[in-house]
Design a protein around this ligand. Structure first.
Ligand SMILES: [Zn+2]
Length: 153
């Protein structure tokens, strides 16, 4: 699913996070020649095959793009630079939107960022809510803390 390539963790601009051990490395570049395939260049510790890289998402405050490492090669320069061929979202067009969601239980309003893939904004917002631990359907939206309270009762 397309949304699997996005996570609710912010990665600082100019950095890439190695999901295998949470380290943040300097990002040298991201290119995509073929839909769904990304070439990530960075410096420092090499990622393991089949691990994930988390990349900054332009315009996003809450989210990162998450791609799977298929191949890693050393770069000639800089020293300790590497290039990783990764699997990522095949769609290059999507909007980052923010929704104000009111919890049906505590009435608190949360600003939630989500990816609008351009087909069904409401469904995309619901997927974003579920991914960020809301209990969400078209009929009801319960925030993560109310959800946890209900689970612990
Ligand atoms: Zn609530």
């Amino acid at each position: 699913m397309m949304i699997d390539y996005f996570i609710y963790t912010k990665t600082p601009a100019g950095k890439v996070r190695l999901n295998q051990d949470e380290s943040l490395l300097p990002l040298l570049g991201v290119t995509s020649q073929i839909p769904g395939e990304f070439e990530i260049k960075a410096k420092g510790q090499k990622p393991q095959l089949k691990s994930y890289l988390e990349l900054p998402l332009k315009g996003a405050q809450q989210m990162s793009m998450r791609v799977k490492v298929l191949e890693v090669n050393a770069l000639i320069t800089p020293i300790d630079g590497w290039s990783a061929l990764c699997e990522g979202p095949s769609q290059s067009q999507f909007d980052i939107k923010v929704a104000n969601i009111t919890c049906d239980c505590c009435s608190e309003v949360t600003q939630l960022e989500f990816i609008d893939f351009g087909l069904d904004t409401q469904a995309d917002a619901l997927v974003g809510m579920i991914k960020s631990h809301w209990l969400a359907s078209a009929e009801a939206q319960i925030c993560p803390s109310c959800k946890n309270k209900a689970n612990n009762d």
